[in-house]
Ligand binder design. Structure first.
Ligand SMILES: [Cu+2]
Ligand SMILES: [Zn+2]
Length: 179
């Protein structure tokens, strides 16, 4: 959220300060961006994820509450479905390249794999993640906006970054549809 406000201010400042704004300046302020709702296993909203395409990378800004404290696995999953309570309909990890799971797996890793997030004792989390394995550009093989969409899943346990297919991260406790 903070980031978005800042970048808006910066572009506005630039445009005001320069009568001859180039098309490049406009392109820069039109980075594909998408805000999605995170729901828990009862279907209630617990937060948001802001996805921003920055060059070759997608940045993910997570803000959520009412989650169990501790380290949790988080991944992009292959279907744009979040049916509570178990979110099984989101399918497996997003894996267009047919790899195994985990950053520490020699046969890895899935395009949808991400680093764990840390939920504080009060149940809130603010996290910034980044990956070059996916894109918001429609039509690309690794696009999060493929037909049917994709989902962000938060798991009950930490991802061990090696065990196929999901890093031993346990049940799915929260989900956000991306489409
Ligand atoms: Cu997952
Ligand atoms: Zn994976």
């Amino acid at each position: 959220m903070k980031k978005m406000v800042m970048s808006v201010c910066l572009s506005a400042g630039f445009l005001l300060g320069s009568a001859a704004a180039t098309p490049a300046a406009y392109a820069n302020s039109e980075e594909p961006q998408l805000k999605v709702k995170i729901v828990d296993s009862k279907g209630g909203e617990v937060g948001t994820a802001l996805l921003t395409q920055k060059g070759a990378a997608v940045q993910i800004h997570i803000e959520a509450a009412n989650l169990p404290p501790g380290e949790h696995g988080i991944h992009f999953h292959e279907n744009g479905k979040c049916d509570p309570p178990d979110f099984k309909t989101a399918g497996a990890h997003f894996n267009p390249a047919g790899k195994q799971h985990g950053f520490h797996n020699p046969k890895g890793y899935h395009a949808g794999d991400l680093l764990n997030i840390q939920v504080k004792q009060d149940g809130t989390v603010t996290a910034d993640l980044e990956t070059q394995s996916v894109t918001l550009n429609k039509g690309a093989a690794n696009s999060l906006l493929k037909p049917g969409g994709t989902a962000i899943i938060i798991h009950e346990k930490a991802d061990d970054y090696v065990t196929d297919p999901s890093g031993n991260s346990g049940n799915r406790i929260a989900c956000a549809r991306i489409e």
